[in-house]
Design a protein around this ligand. Sequence first.
Ligand SMILES: Nc1ncnc2c1ncn2[C@@H]1O[C@H](COP(=O)(O)OP(=O)(O)O)[C@@H](O)[C@H]1O
Ligand SMILES: [Mg+2]
Length: 244
Amino acid sequence: MLVIRDLHKTYRQAAEPTLRGLSLEFPDHCIAGLLGPNGAGKTTTISIICGLVRADSGSVQVLGLDSRTHPMLIKKKIGVVPQSIALYPTLSARENLEYIGRLYRIPRSSLHDKIDRYLHAFGLDKNAHKAIRHYSGGMRRRANIIASLLHDPELLILDEPTAGVDVQSRNMILDFLRDYHRQGHSVLYTSHLLEEAQQLCEEVAIIDHGALVVQGNPAALMQEHDCRSLEQVFLHVTGWGVRD
Ligand SMILES: Nc1ncnc2c1ncn2[C@@H]1O[C@H](COP(=O)(O)OP(=O)(O)O)[C@@H](O)[C@H]1O
Ligand SMILES: [Mg+2]
């Protein structure tokens, strides 16, 4: 579902490169984690995958399509959930979702069905008519996820979807990602929570300082490095010292 080769990126006026030859790959139809500490380059990598940021060099293939030659086709096949909430605060969840559905030109009848189904699945049906600005952080995050699902993306990409939400919202989001994957879709999510990813992901790539540290199946990585957790694998490979 994703092949990244030798990606380099230095932001304008930045003192240091953000991505330094990042390479990784995830197989088709998997639930994958792009993991790493804060500042590792996760959001930058996702922004390049989605075509929001341009890499200085290197290549990205999404669902078998080259990001340079097929950016529009890739956009149609993926759903992206940014870490910040991309909804109109004064509109209700339902109004936001109806508006987004119309932008995607989803027929009215199936759109309403879909919105009802997802609002229910994410526990938002009772608050569907409340303005987003009156939602809690976890509710906003859940509504933000629905917004990226309305066009049935083959690959769902989420940037730290569980950061800063309470445990109930977190479990609901993780259960949903498992279900979505079971229905035959691919999922790529970023997190700095290695323990969470160890539970959720079939494949992980741990990055640090803009380059790959290790990648593979979590259980296989733990066995290979003789560690009891993914976090131990990461510390084993990168060292225990604080960075700043
Ligand atoms: N627009 C930008 N301009 C300059 N530097 C940036 C920009 N976005 C990110 N960076 C820097 O790139 C590094 C990696 O950032 P990011 O990709 O957001 O990492 P992560 O998502 O893993 O926390 C950080 O040091 C950050 O300060
Ligand atoms: Mg980030």
